[in-house]
Write a protein of this length. Structure first.
Length: 365
């Protein structure tokens, strides 16, 4: 069995392949050619008085490969001066965080590889956002408004450049050094103009493609900033409010993201940033975890857990492929790709790209 680290993955996995294999896998879901189990988390109290241990898994299978992604974190939720939450991860040693993906053959049940998920995680989520841009944004879209400047914001922009002729991007992050560093790095990497701006409104106004890539647990832009013809995509469920979603003319879900199971005190939707979680600890300890989102947008929940409330009845990507009329039909529509769902299948499809295991073996040799 191969042990494949992030360095090897970064050498062999490119964004064009990442987008292609996910599209192909998503299309196979309706007829059973691909299957997945949505993400489920487990919480237990930890030594930090403000945090929790969180274990998360998701699974998928397609084209002869099964994948389970496993990750463990110590999570805490600081509040800023405005009383808004963000979700942060504590590393015992900075830079040592590591999730793992186990790949197994569905033909003979042979374990094939353990793969570090750091690079894959960013690539598969960015690739998903790229699928939305490819299928819903105006073909002449060339300007990106980016809210956030972390690793996901980097792969999102890379994916957009793979499917549209992007010429410029305006990026906003609350930390000036972070947005300036992002602008410098991505301008050089993608050979486009990337400008750091001093407010989220500056990033949003006049863009063709708006992307939120933050760890915010509250909405990050205002509905009045939305303009006709925009395409919007997201990273987190809480970045977009109900008032914003009311401005969308077309909504496509990437896929099912929440386990459909009745909620109890110990099994809940939307605690912290978890789509679904089993929660241990006393009532007092559970209070450390931010409560359910009172303004869910496309991330809330309902008592029966029907794909977390508003937006759960919208068509998904597979439906869009069989019925293109559910997508953009004119240049003035505001479209939204809910870049959440099918997570387990993303890992099986991306890790089953024909060059990962073969090239990894050659590099290892």
């Amino acid at each position: 069995m191969l042990i494949i680290n992030n360095e090897i993955v970064s050498k062999v996995l490119n964004m064009k392949d990442c987008i292609r294999v996910q599209e192909e896998a998503f299309k196979k879901i309706p007829k059973g050619g691909a299957i997945h189990r949505p993400r489920i988390d487990m919480y237990m109290p930890c030594d930090r008085e403000d945090g929790y241990f969180r274990w998360g898994t998701m699974e998928g299978a397609n084209d002869g490969f099964f994948a389970i992604r496993m990750k463990s974190d110590i999570i805490y939720w600081p509040e800023n001066e405005s009383g808004n939450w963000t979700e942060e991860k504590f590393c015992r040693e900075p830079g040592t965080y590591c999730g793992m993906v186990l790949i197994i053959s569905t033909q003979n049940a042979e374990p094939l590889a353990f793969i570090n998920d750091g690079h894959i995680q960013h690539m598969r989520v960015g690739g998903g956002a790229g699928i939305g841009v490819k299928n819903l944004s105006r073909e002449n879209s060339n300007t990106v408004g980016m809210l956030g400047s972390g690793g996901m914001a980097r792969t999102f922009l890379e994916a957009f450049c793979c499917v549209r002729k992007i010429t410029n991007c305006r990026v906003y992050s609350p930390t000036k050094d972070h947005r300036n560093e992002y602008a410098k790095e991505m301008s050089k990497k993608l050979n486009i103009e990337v400008y750091a701006v001093s407010s989220p409104e500056e990033a949003v106004k006049g863009c063709d493609i708006l992307s939120t890539c933050t760890d915010s647990m509250v909405p990050v832009f205002e509905p009045e900033w939305i303009e006709p013809g925009m395409h919007v995509t997201n990273l987190g469920r809480r970045e977009i409010s109900d008032k914003v979603t009311d401005r969308f003319d077309v909504v496509i879900r990437q896929g099912t993201a929440g386990l459909q199971m009745k909620q109890t005190e110990r099994f809940q939707a939307e605690r912290g940033l978890s789509p679904a979680a089993f929660i241990g600890g006393s009532v007092e300890e559970m209070a450390r975890i931010p409560s359910k989102n009172p303004n869910p947008g496309f991330g809330g929940d309902d008592p029966e857990f029907n794909d977390r409330g508003k937006g759960g009845d919208k068509p998904d990507f597979a439906e869009l492929m069989t019925n293109p009329s559910k997508g953009r039909t004119n240049d003035d529509q505001v479209t939204f790709y809910r870049n959440v769902g099918n997570q387990g299948l993303q890992f099986s499809s991306v890790n089953s790209t024909e060059n990962i295991s073969e090239t990894a073996f050659k590099l290892d040799s």
